[in-house]
Design a protein around this ligand. Structure first.
Ligand SMILES: C[S@@+](CC[C@H](N)C(=O)[O-])C[C@H]1O[C@@H](n2cnc3c(N)ncnc32)[C@H](O)[C@@H]1O
Length: 442
């Protein structure tokens, strides 16, 4: 079969007798031999048996885990081709789902697209009696035992291997997902690029982590960059990694990192962009697009730990952020204090519920940044922004499909779209991020 397309999950797409077939590990231009599996009426999946004729964009993955590990989807594709494909994803979504013809600029990639991530969530378990720790295999809960990782900050891998060794030597039982027994479920590791520091969160099923003191003593000795250890308890049968209860058990309360001129204190539970280098590129684009003069009232909707708003605060009159996760709102307020920023307020709640009240209170909103999760903006948010006649919007999107839907809705409300700028936040994966400038035209 010839591969002619690529799905947003990074599966190659082709046709066999008018049947659409998705094939993991295949890219456009490949001629492949495959075995059909999961055959459905319209759509089937195939297992790649052999690449008969490789695409000119195919490369040999440089990571030994590439074939099994679910962390990266495009290790077998040249980086330049990934950037073009990400742009094309946006073009296609805008045309097909949004019926919009908008200029989409070439994707801004990384000079060195390696070791860019600042966060890893590593499950632990036992396979064939052996302790394993790493990433889930593609489409399964089998753990790929980690020895190296090309996209994580190198210190994350150093700490991960040290955790595994100490857990093994101290006889701490890993979680058994099948039977919901055992103790240690995940090690969540965060790295600060600016401080070369690490925060470790150990997630247990049980209220106690046996050998906790000894474990921490060993890790802090072996990995001097470790500055903070948290214990999170998650007794539920669930795929959600963190439970409700988190305590710092050693070291600093927060991990400190910076994006450009702003410092951020990050707690174990809060959202922080995972690629700090490209986050700076992304936030600079937001700032350039808004061309603030120092007087504007700017909304930062879906603000996480307030990162975008605080980045803009020096150029704005007032920043008002809205976010649903309480810990993130607390982080945002602390981050404002940490940076001596007095013109930023953060509200807890859903953007669609809080926004009408904010518009009433502030009367005039000069600009809004929206950075929603994959499902995009609630239609009530878009309607409220239009009703308040907000002249300039910047849409940061991690999903071209919902971006297209929302831009199309905004077009109906009298907004015009400038260009869309894709930014590669996640090299070697199929994730597509973009920044769009939108302004009031009618
Ligand atoms: C893609 S993140 C953006 C975070 C932040 N702007 C940044 O750059 O780090 C989306 C955020 O929206 C929050 N969120 C999800 N639904 C929301 C809603 N209905 N109203 C407000 N915030 C929401 C999530 O908790 C998450 O922090």
């Amino acid at each position: 079969m010839e591969i002619t397309g690529l799905t947003h999950e990074g599966f190659g797409v082709g046709r066999v007798n008018d049947r659409v077939v998705f094939v993991p590990q295949a890219i456009p231009g490949d001629q492949v031999l495959l075995r059909l599996v999961h055959v459905k009426e319209r759509l089937s999946y195939g297992d790649l048996l052999r690449v008969v004729e490789p695409s000119q964009d195919r490369r040999k993955p440089s990571c030994p885990h590439a074939e099994l590990c679910g962390g990266c989807q495009l290790q077998h594709m040249e980086y330049g081709a990934q950037l073009s494909w990400k742009r094309q994803q946006v073009v296609d979504a805008l045309a097909r789902l949004g019926k919009l013809s908008v200029e989409v600029l070439p994707t801004i990639g990384m000079q060195e697209p390696y070791h860019y991530r600042n966060k890893a969530q590593l499950p632990l378990g036992r396979q064939g009696g052996e302790l394993v720790m790493g990433f889930f295999q593609k489409g399964s809960h089998r753990i790929v035992d980690l020895s190296t990782c090309e996209i994580q900050h190198p210190l994350i891998t150093t700490l991960a291997l040290a955790v595994k060794k100490a857990v093994q030597e101290l006889g701490i039982e890993p979680y058994d997902e099948q039977r919901h027994r055992g103790v240690l479920r995940h090690a969540v590791i965060r790295a600060s690029f600016s401080k070369d520091a690490l925060m470790l969160t150990l997630v247990t099923r049980t209220p106690e982590l046996p050998q906790q003191a000894e474990l921490i003593a060993r890790l802090s000795k072996e990995v001097p960059n470790l500055v903070s250890v948290a214990h999170n308890i998650n007794p539920e049968v669930t795929n959600v990694i963190l439970g409700k209860e988190t305590r710092i058990v050693w070291g600093a309360e927060y991990l400190e990192d910076s994006i450009g001129h702003v410092s951020y204190a990050i707690s174990p539970g809060s959202f922080f962009q995972v690629n700090p280098a490209q986050t700076r590129v992304l936030y600079d684009l937001v700032r350039q697009n808004l061309r603030l003069t120092g007087r504007e009232m700017v909304l930062d909707l879906y603000c996480g730990a307030g990162t975008i708003g605080l980045y803009l605060a020096a150029q704005a009159g007032k920043i008002v952020g809205v976010e649903t996760v309480e810990a993130a709102v607390q982080d945002a307020r602390r981050n404002a204090d940490l940076n001596g920023i007095a013109n930023a307020d953060f509200y807890l709640g859903r953007a669609e519920e809080v926004l009408p009240r904010l518009i009433k209170d502030y009367k005039k909103v000069d600009a809004a940044v929206v950075d929603p999760p994959r499902k995009g903006c609630d239609v009530a948010v878009l309607n409220a922004l239009a009703e308040a006649d907000v002249p300039a919007l910047v849409y940061v999107s991690c999903n071209p499909a919902t971006l297209a839907r929302d831009l199309s809705h905004l077009a109906g409300l009298g907004y015009g779209v400038g260009s869309v700028q894709p930014v590669d936040m996640f090299p070697w994966t199929s994730h597509v991020e973009s920044v769009t400038m939108i302004s009031r035209v009618k």
